[in-house]
Design a protein around this ligand. Sequence first.
Ligand code: EPZ
Length: 424
Amino acid sequence: MAKILVNNSGPLHGEVWISGAKNSVLPLLAATIMTSDTCVIEDVPDLADVSVMKKMLMKYGAKIDDAEEGTIRISTPEIISCEGDRDLVQEMRASLFTMGPMLARHGKIVMPMPGGCTIGRRPIDLHLKGFRALGAEVVEDDENEVVTVTAGPEGLRGDVIYLDFPSVGATENILMAATLARGTTIIENAAKEPEIIDLANQLNKMGARIKYAGTDMIRIEGVGKLSGCIHEAIPDRIETGTFMLAAAITRGDILIRNALPGHVRPIMAKLKECNVDVEVTPEGIYVDARDRELNSTDIKTLPYPGFPTDIQSPFMAFLTTVDGSSVVRETVFENRFMHVVELNRMGADILIENREALVPGGKKLKGAKVRATDLRAGAAMVLAGLSASGTTEISEIYHIERGYENFVGKFKALGADIMKISND
Ligand code: EPZ
């Protein structure tokens, strides 16, 4: 199994270019199967999850041309299968985001259920609640762990749908399905993440009639058909936050190019609370932690625009190194502290009480053999390794490669002593 070796790297310095957002590109690609026209998606990062999504869509009948780096040309002349691939769904939960588009285009989807994962049970009850509200029949076969969703005889029809939790995936699935439903759909308590707005922008370019995306009440007027489009994905706000923290944890300074400050305000605010200098400049976000007395702060993850759960573990790694104790509260997922065990192998001495992690801070971490327990926890372990004494060996790095493009290369360019090794 491949591993990443990280040695203590001293202050990182330089600039990094942020790739297109994984959590935008995945629904953007899924949405393209709602038309037989060609869609061109630009600024697509080279990620394992993108490869899985392409395989999923090709199984439905999509034709994909990805010859040009960073650009995917995709058209789905006809749907040749309405069955999701179980292995692909297990590999990537976001395969579920093809349910809404398939329901809208084809009127039926047979989807194997994804297991939970290390960060939680991750049910899809809100997705199914939305499909039922749009008039679809939902049959859950628990024995075979398959859900079959079938549109009514006249297709989908609009309705008002209240989401008990502002689920990102449920909002995206319902939003896509509703674009081709008859009449008006209102999604109440909708997720407000920037990726929702990016998806709505692409859908409107395709001929959809969506208003108020980015607020907690999205209005969709159904249309008869959708056409092709050219759309560039937004930059990845979670990758942006990860490299902001790389500057902070190594006490270095990094200019983060192609980042949207408006998408990372909670991260900028929290780093400033720790006395890290964060400046928005015309060239990008400049983060400077050199020669500064840093202090601790408390973190509470919330749906956007609150502090992002995907930055919780990287930020916790940083908090272990500043003087003063911190409380990190995870409110979005029920089990997103798997990285605490790994950080404690490095001497972090973090305690967990219910959904709060008590980070004592003031630690000089020591290199150790650790695991990447999920995508973002893997990034957190790399950050910890940069700051720790000695060598940190990170296994199960396939998690990292799901969601960070050229992760090792970007860190090397900033002066990190890091390498990927393959034991094969
Ligand atoms: C998206 O996952 C992201 N993934 C996640 O990023 C991110 O952490 C999450 O949103 C929250 O921001 C993609 O966009 C591909 P949710 P999603 O539905 O849509 C519960 C990463 O590292 N819930 O907003 O699955 C659920 O159990 C990944 O890039 C229900 O109860 O997240 C969780 O506790 C990790 N019923 C909470 O809502 C449902 O039907 C948030 O889940 C759906 C969700």
